[in-house]
Ligand binder design. Structure first.
Ligand code: NAD
Ligand code: UD1
Length: 336
């Protein structure tokens, strides 16, 4: 039985689907502060298998202990957390509380239940301003905002925990830019309000919900002047978690990137999305967004060697799948 915190969210729901398809049983622990029950209902519908749902907050240690014991969980995949960079600058305490204290309580609950197998969602944001590209796992770490700092603190907490008790089995996964949706079009990313991230914004422009895309900066030292990122299909990413779980058959604490290794510019994404949707994406060039880096892409070779995992889906597939989700669910999970 796999305990999935934040399993109703974007990456969590796709991972639950892959887990169930692979024959695992799943307990989702989620407060629904940034998700809907409907995502889990659809995962059940797609797989024909049930999910055990426990509504709760990861800061509630007794509730976690109770669930871990009741369902005899053998591993935890920990997605629950807040993830909006701008909001974290405005409300740092909310981010440290939810992400850092929440993870601390989860780890304490696991320890008290004698469960020491964990996969943790970190982010490429822990590399800060890239000193070299592609980004390898030994690149120096830094944070430019409270969200990123919460991920750094948690990574360090996990290393301290492992040093104190080397029977822990911990995988720290640094995601690059997850995009796209399951090919059924039934589950996908459902941002609340105006999307901060590029792909959901582009999808909403394509469908006519927003007038135009603002491209934040075209004077970066990149081939076309717009920012470059390592976009990774969310289904590839979800499968990386299953590979990480397979690797956790012995005590260790390892860190790996999950990315494709390919950087695409904002204009590359716009062109691909136009091709995928058959719609034109009007855009306007605007000044750089504060805090953005010019380019960020992974060296994916450690994941290949260590997890025997590599991303398979290309940018056009990411756009086709994002577009299918957008057209079938113009208002996300609230459509039905
Ligand atoms: P999401 O917001 O869609 O999912 C997070 C889930 O956690 C939601 O269902 C939310 O309701 C739940 N949650 C939040 N706080 C909780 C709490 N205190 N107790 C219980 N449940 C809680 O986000 P996502 O995109 O699926 O991201 C999952 C994880 O991956 C996060 O930790 C995020 O920081 C990390 N990550 C995401 C990205 C990205 O671009 N999406 C990139 C790098 C890392
Ligand atoms: C953002 C977060 C990062 C997080 C990552 C994945 C910031 C500063 N960083 O990164 O911490 O790990 O998401 O969730 O928010 N762009 C536009 N117009 C838009 C939106 C984006 O031009 O309306 C550009 C950006 O300038 C960037 C690229 O598109 O060059 C990708 O942006 P985005 O999807 O927000 O991801 P990141 O900036 O990589």
């Amino acid at each position: 039985m796999i305990f999935v915190t934040g399993g109703a969210g974007y990456i969590g729901s796709h991972t639950c689907l892959e887990l169930l398809t692979a024959g695992q049983e799943v307990v989702v622990f989620d407060s629904f502060c940034n998700s809907h029950r409907e995502s889990l209902r659809r995962v059940e519908e797609l797989t024909g298998k049930p999910i055990i749902l426990v509504e709760g907050d990861i800061r509630d240690q007794p509730a976690i202990e109770n669930a871990l014991r009741t369902y005899k969980c053998s591993a935890v995949i920990h997605f629950a957390g807040l993830k909006a960079v701008g909001e974290s600058v405005e409300q740092p305490l909310a981010y440290y509380d939810n992400n850092v204290i929440g993870t601390h309580r989860l780890l304490a609950a696991m320890a008290s239940c004698g469960l020491r197998r964990l996969v943790f969602s970190s982010s490429a944001t822990v590399y800060g301003e890239p000193q070299h590209l592609p980004l390898t796992e030994d690149h120096p770490l830094s944070a430019t905002n409270p969200y990123g700092r919460s991920k750094l603190i948690i990574e360090e907490m996990l290393h301290d925990l492992y040093r104190s008790d080397p029977t822990w089995q911990i995988a720290i996964l640094r995601y690059f830019n997850p995009v796209g949706a399951h090919s059924s079009g039934r589950i996908g990313e459902d941002p609340q309000g105006i999307p901060n991230n590029l792909m959901p914004f582009v999808a909403q422009v394509a469908i006519g919900r927003r007038e135009q895309l603002m491209i934040w900066g075209n004077d970066y030292p990149t081939p076309d002047g717009t920012g470059m990122r390592d976009y990774i299909h969310v289904v590839d990413l979800a499968r990386g978690h299953l590979k990480a779980l397979e690797c956790l058959d012995r005590p260790q604490c390892f860190t790996t990137n999950l990315g494709t290794g390919i950087g695409y510019s904002v204009l590359d994404v716009v062109k691909s999305f136009e091709q995928a949707s058959g719609r034109s994406i009007p855009y306007q060039l605007a000044p750089r967004r504060p805090g953005d880096v010019a380019s960020c892409y992974s060296d994916p070779s450690k994941a290949k060697q260590y997890l025997n995992w590599a991303a398979e889906k290309d940018l056009l597939t990411m756009c086709v799948d994002a577009w299918r989700w957008q057209t079938q669910n113009p208002n996300g999970y609230q459509t039905e």
